[in-house]
Design a protein around this ligand. Structure first.
Ligand code: AMP
Length: 450
């Protein structure tokens, strides 16, 4: 029997919040996490972005705070996240789901003025959403008090470790009430250092694994376009953006300079483009995100870090202008499209020096790439890179058809040469069994496509 929101005994205020969000049925991660969180367990949850994990931790938290009045005025929940963008998105989720309650939240992140954040904390919000650096700073200054903390959430813990926040997080935890409930979410449970982290933070956690990072998103088509290098890629991207119909597109580069250069090129070609990278001031980032949300720009060029956690409806194209450095990065980037039941395309521009990496990513993720080509902008590189070891037949076939527009799909599961992730893809299906895509009620007024 499928789980319904009605099964969770949510109060009227939350049911109204859910209805206004248009959520009709719990996503798989919500169906598993909510009852366990309601029972008070510590949880270790492996769930990818786009799975509905934010509501999975917000809903039982809000339910608890509505049912049990605070016994003191301190912070009742702390949600630690790796980036400011993710903090903002969680805040937006909270504002929607909790809009029929009197509960309040504050966002405490680096890059925004501290005085405003301190003023927000003085109003005793029940929930604080924070990045570790700023949270620690305010704790040490006595502005943030976690002695009454009831719930601690670590969201995207793998990224927090990646970004070197482990020590800050452990220091923060020393300030938290020991009898709290702790919920840890991570896209992967294989992350280096996660085990030590878990042992120090969680008490007898229940483990929930939903849609682990390497499982495929069922609504994304993966395409590749062979390219001859930077200038050629620029022309190809411009053509793609000009000739395709999409609401919004996200273009990834591997470096900040690359993002700026591509932004300048596309702006020069009269495209409605904005650029997001890690060096931007918070105010500028907010402005860029505002432009994208409002539709004033429909193309965002971003680096990996800047786009982490980005959840903008209507992103129908993700373009990997530079191929990402790892399979997990490929999946995180591509997961910005095909959100909440929408259909998306992830397209990789692949130059000769990136071909080996593409092979590794394809093998690691067990991805089937469709090969595309653009009239008049076909690459001289045809997907054949001389290799010491002879590639198996499936690879040679894939390469041979790589520049034909109507090439049949070839499952690229070859096993030659060194790869990025040494882990081998088990023979799991591309669409994980039991993973139901999130279906959202369509908005009343559909956005016009650009
Ligand atoms: P998250 O994984 O929390 O970033 O959520 C991904 C997207 O799924 C967001 O746009 C949410 O608004 C949406 N979402 C979350 N839960 C549901 C649900 N039960 N039904 C439909 N959409 C949902």
């Amino acid at each position: 029997m499928t789980v319904q929101f009605a099964d969770f005994s949510f109060p009227e205020a939350l049911l109204r919040g859910l209805a206004s969000e248009g959520y009709e049925q719990p996503s798989p991660v919500q169906a598993q996490v909510i009852p366990l969180a309601q029972q008070g367990h510590d949880l270790l949850v492996s769930a990818a972005t786009g799975s509905g994990k934010t509501a999975a931790f917000l809903l039982p938290m809000l339910q608890r705070f509505l049912a049990i009045p605070a016994h003191a005025g301190g912070t009742r929940a702390l949600i630690l996240v790796p980036t400011r963008e993710l903090a903002r998105q969680i805040y937006i989720h909270f504002m929607r789901l909790g809009s029929f309650t009197r509960l309040r939240a504050a966002v405490i992140t680096g890059g925004d003025p501290k005085t405003r954040q301190v003023a927000a904390l003085r109003k005793n919000p029940e929930i604080v959403i924070a990045t570790p650096g700023r949270a620690l700073e305010l704790l040490q200054q006595g502005q943030l008090d976690l002695r009454d903390l009831e719930v601690l959430v670590l969201d995207e813990a793998d990224r927090m470790l990646d970004m070197g926040f482990a020590d800050d997080v452990l220091l923060i935890i020393q300030h938290c009430r020991p009898q709290r409930q702790t919920l840890l979410f991570s896209a992967t449970l294989q992350q280096r250092g996660l085990e030590t982290f878990i042992a120090q933070i969680l008490r007898e956690p229940q483990v929930v694994t939903v849609n682990p990072v390497r499982e495929q998103h069922p609504h994304i088509t993966h395409q590749l376009l062979l390219s001859d290098g930077l200038a050629h890629k620029q022309q190809q991207v411009l053509r793609l953006l000009q000739q395709e119909t999409f609401d919004k597109a996200l273009v990834f580069t591997n470096t900040r300079d690359g993002a700026v250069a591509l932004g300048n090129f596309l702006m020069g070609a009269q495209q409605r483009v904005a650029v997001l990278h890690g060096e931007l001031e918070q105010r500028e980032r907010n402005r860029v995100m505002g432009l994208l949300h409002s539709g004033r720009v429909n193309i965002l060029i971003a680096t990996d870090l800047a786009a982490r956690g980005l959840d903008v409806p209507g992103i129908q194209r993700v373009i990997h202008f530079d191929l990402p450095r790892s399979g997990d990065d490929y999946l995180h980037r591509s997961g910005r499209t095909g959100r909440a039941g929408e259909v998306g395309v992830a397209l990789s521009l692949v130059a000769k020096n990136e071909w080996n990496r593409l092979e590794s990513i394809a093998r690691y993720l067990n991805i089937t790439f469709e090969t595309r080509s653009l009239d008049g902008l076909k690459a001289t590189f045809n997907g054949v890179v001389k290799s010491k070891s002879k590639a198996p037949l499936a690879v040679r076939k894939a390469r041979a058809t790589a520049d034909k527009p109507d090439a049949p799909k070839v499952k690229e599961r070859w096993r030659d040469r060194k790869n990025i992730g040494k882990r081998r893809q088990p023979s799991t299906p591309a669409v994980p069994a039991g993973h139901t895509p999130l279906a959202k009620r369509p908005p009343k007024t559909p956005k016009p496509s650009a």
